[in-house]
Design a protein around this ligand. Structure first.
Ligand code: C2E
Ligand code: MG
Ligand code: MG
Ligand code: MG
Length: 279
C-alpha cells in the first residue's frame, strides 16, 4: 500500500515538474515572439513628492501583450535564457521614444526610470550600448534614470562601482531598487555611487501590522538621510501608509494609492487633469 502511494506521489511530482518546464518553455517562446512582433509595451507609474504632490519621475514597467504573464513571472525566464539583453535594449529605446513623444505633446519634462536586471547590468556590452543609445537619440541624461537591485550591484562590487561611475559621469541618476530584500552590507552600500534608494514594497505593505517592517523602514529613511540619498517608498496602497511615511520624513512615494501603472497616453491625460494638492 505505502509503496504504491509513494510511487503515485512520485508520478504526481514528476508530472508537475514537467508541466513547470513546459510552461517555462512556452513563456520563453512567447518572449521571443513578442520581441520579433513588437508585442511588448511599457506602462508608466509616477513617483510623487508626498509634500507637494508634484510628479518627480515615472517608472517604466514592461508588459507583454498577454496580461496573464506579468514581469514577476517573465523577467526571471528572460534572464535565465539571456533574451533579457535584447528586451532591455528595446525597453531603453522605447522609454526614450516615449520621452520625446511626451515632449512633442507639450507635457512637462518628467524623468523616466528604467529597470535594469542583474543579467543586463553584468553584460560586458551594457555600458557601451547605453552610451551609443544616448548619442543616437539625443536625450538629455536628466530625463533617464536606471533602477538596479542589490543583487545586480553586489555581485562584483568593484566592477559595479566602475560601471555606475561611468553612468553617473554621463549624467544618469542611479536608483537602488527593492532595497532591504537583498544581502548588501551597509559598508558596501556606502561605497556605491547612488542617487536614490527605493524601499521595497514588502515592508510598506506591512507598516500597519508589523513593528519590524516599521523598524526597517525607519532605518532605511535614517540611512538615506545620513548618506544624503533621496528615499522613495514603493507600494503605497493606503492613506495610513502614506501618513506614516510622511511623519517619518520620507519625501517620495509610488503606489496604487496614487495610481496604477498605465500606458504612455493614459499617463499624459492623467498628468494633465490631476489636481495638484490631492492624491
Ligand atoms: P519593481 O521595479 O520593484 O517595480 C515595482 C512593482 O511594484 C511593479 O510591478 C508595480 O506595478 C508594483 N507596484 C507599484 N505600486 C504598487 C502598489 O501599491 N501595490 C502593489 N501590489 N504593487 C505595486 P510590475 O510592473 O509587475 O513589475 C514587477 C517587477 O518586474 C519590477 O519590480 C521589476 O523588478 C521587473 N520589471 C518590470 N519591468 C521591467 C523591465 O523593463 N526590465 C526589467 N529588467 N525588469 C522589469
Ligand atoms: Mg523598479
Ligand atoms: Mg522595486
Ligand atoms: Mg521588485
Amino acid at each position: 500500500q505505502a509503496k504504491q502511494g509513494g510511487s503515485n506521489d512520485f508520478r504526481f511530482y514528476s508530472s508537475a515538474f514537467t508541466a513547470g518546464i513546459n510552461r517555462q518553455n512556452s513563456i520563453e517562446q512567447e518572449l521571443k515572439m513578442a520581441l520579433h512582433n513588437h508585442a511588448f509595451h511599457l506602462f508608466y507609474q509616477p513617483v510623487i513628492d508626498i509634500h507637494t504632490y508634484e510628479v518627480v519621475s515615472v517608472e517604466a514597467l514592461l508588459r507583454l501583450g498577454n496580461e496573464e504573464i506579468g514581469p514577476e513571472l517573465f523577467v526571471p525566464i528572460a534572464e535565465a535564457t539571456g533574451i533579457i539583453n535584447p528586451i532591455g535594449r528595446w525597453v531603453l529605446q522605447e522609454a526614450i521614444r516615449q520621452s520625446h513623444a511626451w515632449a512633442a505633446n507639450g507635457l512637462a519634462a518628467i524623468p523616466i526610470s528604467v529597470n535594469v536586471s542583474a543579467v543586463e547590468f553584468r553584460d560586458r556590452d551594457f555600458i557601451g550600448h547605453f552610451e551609443q543609445l544616448l548619442q543616437e537619440h539625443a536625450i538629455h541624461p536628466a530625463m533617464l534614470q536606471l533602477e538596479l537591485t542589490e543583487t545586480a550591484v553586489m555581485y562584483d562590487l568593484d566592477e559595479a562601482i566602475s560601471v555606475l561611475t561611468r553612468l553617473r559621469a554621463l549624467g544618469i541618476a542611479i536608483l537602488l531598487d527593492d532595497f532591504g530584500t537583498g544581502h548588501s552590507s551597509l559598508a558596501h552600500l556606502t561605497r556605491l555611487p547612488l542617487d536614490k534608494i527605493k524601499i521595497d514594497k514588502s515592508f510598506i505593505f506591512q507598516l500597519e501590522q508589523d513593528t519590524s517592517s516599521r523598524a526597517v523602514t525607519d532605518s532605511m529613511l535614517a540611512l538615506g538621510n545620513t548618506l544624503e540619498l533621496e528615499v522613495v517608498a514603493e507600494g503605497i496602497e493606503t492613506a495610513e501608509a502614506l501618513d506614516y511615511l510622511r511623519s517619518r520624513g520620507c519625501r517620495q512615494a509610488q503606489g496604487f494609492f496614487f495610481c496604477r501603472p498605465m500606458s504612455g497616453e493614459d499617463f499624459a491625460s492623467w498628468y494633465r487633469t490631476r489636481r495638484i494638492g490631492s492624491a
